[in-house]
Write a protein that binds this ligand. Sequence first.
Ligand SMILES: Nc1ccn([C@@H]2O[C@H](COP(=O)(O)OP(=O)(O)OP(=O)(O)O)[C@@H](O)[C@H]2O)c(=O)n1
Ligand SMILES: C[C@](O)(CO)[C@H](O)COP(=O)(O)O
Length: 406
Amino acid sequence: MHNGKDGSRSIAVVIVAAGRGERAGYSQEGPKQYRRIGGRAVILHTIERFRRFLPDAHLILVIHADDHDLLDRALSEGGLSRQDVTVTEGGRTRQQSVLAGLKAAAVHQPDLVMIHDAVRPFFDAAMLSRIIAAYDAGAKAILPAMPVTDTLKRGDAQAQVIDTVSRERLYAAQTPQSFAFPAILEGHLAAAAEGRDDFTDDAAIAEWAGFSVSLVEGSPDNVKLTLKRDIEMADARLMPVPLPDVRTGNGYDVHQLEPGEGVTLCGVFIPHDQALKGHSDADVALHALTDALLATCGAGDIGDHFPPSDPQWRGAPSRIFLEHAANIVRKAGGTIMNADISLIAEAPKVGPHRQTMREKLSEILGISLERCSVKATTNEKIGFIGRREGIAAIATATVVYRGDGE
Ligand SMILES: Nc1ccn([C@@H]2O[C@H](COP(=O)(O)OP(=O)(O)OP(=O)(O)O)[C@@H](O)[C@H]2O)c(=O)n1
Ligand SMILES: C[C@](O)(CO)[C@H](O)COP(=O)(O)O
């Protein structure tokens, strides 16, 4: 960002903040420039942005005579004090307040002055760069503005449409409107000397004084907080987005192998010369995943819900354990995002059955196929798995819980 460090220009920023904010309505926090958005006063956001984007610029704050305490509080909340800014009092109209600010800025004899509404806290560095570039290219009066995008109508006093106004080459004026300092000071003084105090922006004074005013692209975010609703929307915009409540659970299970006719893994029966020993159908994979799901809401483990001592689970298909755990998760406000199982077995080969296993998980859990993963590895003939004495499974489940699911 150009800010005069290179000696090519010096910049002063006049921030007008002396209005009463009548259209925004009464608030205990004071006029709208002192209302809090995202936990800080509007004016503090504006000051902080200028300090960040133009660290060498002089900041002149134009405030109402009644607002000194409000300003001091806002500054101190940002770790600032009057040492960091110049403060002067404004007038009855915005135009008068700007003139007061320009007079205060005269001490610094800046080359370029930016005149900004305190209640436009969302301007960006790119827009300031465009303004400075226009000044460097020789413009003496620079107006950031956005092309009008709505269709425009002219109405009469009875709220009846008279006609449609072409929006071609119509722009909505923003701030900071920026000027060669001596020129705009002279323009303002001349307007005041003629008793004019009806200019709603400074570009209008420049036009009146006969300077050509250059348009630069404004920023769609650089809105003026005018109504109560604008302030509420600005506050909502700055509120931190709550972090999603993502939880991960893991589970592990192992079952012994014995001579038999086949094993059930992930709900799929695979013919084999061994069978898994267990109280239920001994599906290690679904047992591990049941534990992983229960872990995401601190609901204990499979043994708490289906004690091996209970004869009703003898030979039971393990999908009922998994369905039960999934229901517990959903009742607690969870949405199952992903289920991942690793099988550790020397035999049988899992590869040919992986897709069917994934489809089974997808059906039992009621989630899409790509959220279900099954992997397998041997134990390289090492240990009890390597000796084909048992099969183990490790599972991971990811669940997102609603904030109110506590
Ligand atoms: N006498 C005034 C009037 C306005 N302003 C400032 O000019 C900016 C834009 O003005 P506007 O949105 O019209 O603010 P208010 O005059 O405060 O609002 P209202 O017209 O609703 O009372 C604001 O930062 C406001 O504080 C000012 O410094 N002195
Ligand atoms: C200067 C200004 O922000 C340009 O859009 C605007 O004119 C000032 O506010 P007001 O509501 O018109 O007083």
